[in-house]
Design a binder for this molecule. Structure first.
Ligand code: F3S
Length: 106
């Protein structure tokens, strides 16, 4: 499966959802997650994300391993999003800031 990681938090560009053939993205207030039971590893979303937040499960950057379980857990709670919406207003300022996980709104 693929996994959404730290750099999506407070950016949420949502370009990724437009290309997903199986609607596996679920939306929270300031983050998206991928449902591992739906993802078919097509990899289309990886290059769509302008901030490089999506990785194959086995390639998640060091320190971001908790995002694997987090995607699975939050996908069960959050609704599906299948069309792109505007990025969060301060997305540019948050891009690349490390360790945004404490800011995640659940
Ligand atoms: Fe997040 Fe990138 Fe999608 S910022 S919402 S994973 S396009």
């Amino acid at each position: 499966t693929h996994v959404v990681t730290d750099n999506c938090i407070n950016c949420k560009h949502t370009d990724c959802v437009e290309v997903c053939p199986v609607d596996c993205f679920h939306e929270g207030a300031n983050f998206l997650v991928i449902d591992p039971d739906e993802c078919i590893d097509c990899t289309l979303c990886v290059d769509e994300c302008p901030v490089g937040a999506i990785y194959q499960e086995g390639d998640v950057p060091a320190g971001q391993e908790p995002f694997v379980a987090l995607n699975a857990a939050l996908a069960r709670q959050w609704p599906v999003i299948s069309a792109t919406i505007p990025a969060l207003p301060e997305a540019a300022e948050w891009h690349g800031r490390p360790h945004k996980l404490p800011l995640l709104i659940r």
